[in-house]
Design a protein around this ligand. Structure first.
Ligand SMILES: Cc1cc2nc3c(=O)[nH]c(=O)nc-3n(C[C@H](O)[C@H](O)[C@H](O)COP(=O)(O)OP(=O)(O)OC[C@H]3O[C@@H](n4cnc5c(N)ncnc54)[C@H](O)[C@@H]3O)c2cc1C
Length: 372
């Protein structure tokens, strides 16, 4: 019997689910209020790191590895094969735990001299540098659009409209009422506003990304992606001529994803410049050539929300809270979610609704300094 699915929100989570289920023979409607990969969506940025390191968290490590395979099947051009370097400030911190987990799962990694990876890199404060050679960079906006395109090519209907929940259904601003075996709300930063009282502890925060002009030796691939977990910063070289990317990964102030003025904060630019001066001094005075203001949807423990709505007997699901590290996982999470929707596998209780313990763990900033 054909199953039906309505997915609300064509970011990476929604587009991945729509594509996966359409390929599996479901009758799928994908609803998006603006456009897949639009400027205010978290999935609408140009680049996102794909890495398997997740400290000692085996679940996310294997999810990322499965996603890496799937992204290559979806379209290998979406993955820039650059590798990702982890700057370890401690002998036995997140990177050492990641290294153990990666090795246990047979995922390639090695300790390297960062001088072999970057045109210039200051490493006096580092205990070691862990390199994931098969990690890389996803062309995020293109990837979101490609997932949507493939979903439609597999038979999904794409509807550009805003939806609101009404019981177990989704009602579009045209008045059309969508009912399906499952209605999955993958609305990113808009999710708490749509379901007040259910995901109130998801914080929507302003996160700024900076691009700096540099010469050809800073091109990515060539230069890898990098993460300084204890330094709360990450970045990559110049991908597709956009400039060298540096993002301070401190938790920014709260913003409204719909109405926020998308202009970076001066203090975030200062943090990016300070990081360049610290790690890549050759770029300390590089010109700022671009910026982007995005938002995180951070859960207290940085685990996603993938949970049935308590009132609708498994019909309505909420999927979000991607906590600044969800992009890479999209296609692999969709695969697992299909099993959770149909009941062939049990959903992971750690992703459920309800109170969670605070833990900064899974995104790229080990030290979180919330700004208010
Ligand atoms: C600066 C920054 C850097 C990041 N770096 C990385 C990284 O390196 N690696 C990584 O894996 N992840 C990274 N992430 C996280 C990643 O981008 C997000 O986890 C992911 O994009 C979230 O996808 P989503 O589909 O949940 O949300 P979104 O992409 O925001 O999509 C939600 C969609 O729902 C739509 N929508 C909302 N409400 C409605 C409605 N009522 N009706 C119809 N449509 C609606 C919106 O228009 C939007 O298109 C980063 C995030 C940021 C902000």
């Amino acid at each position: 019997m054909e199953r039906s699915l309505a997915v609300i929100g064509a970011g990476v989570f929604g587009a991945s689910l729509a594509r996966h289920c359409a390929r599996a023979g479901w009758r799928v409607t994908l609803v998006e209020q603006v456009a897949p990969g639009h400027a205010r969506a978290a999935s609408g940025d140009e680049s996102r790191l794909i890495r398997c390191s997740h400290g000692d968290d085996e679940w996310h490590t294997s999810l990322a590895r499965r996603a890496w395979q799937l992204w290559h099947e979806i379209d290998p051009r979406l993955v820039a094969p650059a590798g990702v370097a982890w700057f370890a400030r401690r002998e036995d911190g997140w990177e050492a735990a990641s290294e153990r987990t990666l090795r246990a799962q047979g995922i390639p990694c090695e300790r390297v001299d960062p001088a072999t990876l970057f045109p210039a890199c200051r490493d006096g404060d580092l205990a070691f540098t862990l390199f994931e050679p098969e990690a890389g960079i996803l062309r995020a906006r293109e990837a979101t659009r490609e997932l949507t395109r493939q979903a439609v090519a597999e038979g999904a209907e794409l509807v550009l409209a805003r939806a609101r929940p009404d019981g177990a259904a989704a009602v579009l601003d045209s008045g059309r009422r969508l009912e399906a075996d499952h209605v999955v709300w993958t609305c990113g930063g808009w999710l708490p506003g749509l379901f007040p009282g259910l995901v109130d502890d998801v914080r929507i925060t302003q996160q700024d990304v900076f691009y700096f002009g540099a010469g050809a030796s800073w091109r990515t691939p060539g230069v890898p992606g990098w993460v300084d977990y204890d330094g709360a910063a990450y970045g990559l070289g110049d991908l597709d001529g956009r400039g060298v990317k540096v993002a301070p990964d401190v938790e920014g102030p709260p913003i409204d994803p719909e109405t926020a003025r998308r202009v970076p904060l001066a203090r975030h630019e200062r943090l990016a410049r300070e990081y360049l001066a610290h790690r890549f001094p050759a770029l300390a005075a590089a010109p700022l050539v671009g910026t982007r203001t995005c938002h995180y949807e951070i859960t207290p423990d940085t685990r996603f929300v993938v949970a049935p709505h308590p009132d609708h007997d498994g019909v309505v699901w909420l999927v979000g809270g991607s906590s600044g590290h969800g992009f890479k996982h999209g296609p692999a999470l969709a695969e697992r979610l299909e099993g959770w929707l149909t009941g062939t596998t049990a959903p992971d209780p750690r992703l459920g609704l309800g109170t969670r313990d605070a833990h900064s763990g899974l995104r790229t900033a080990g030290s979180i300094t919330p700004e208010r």
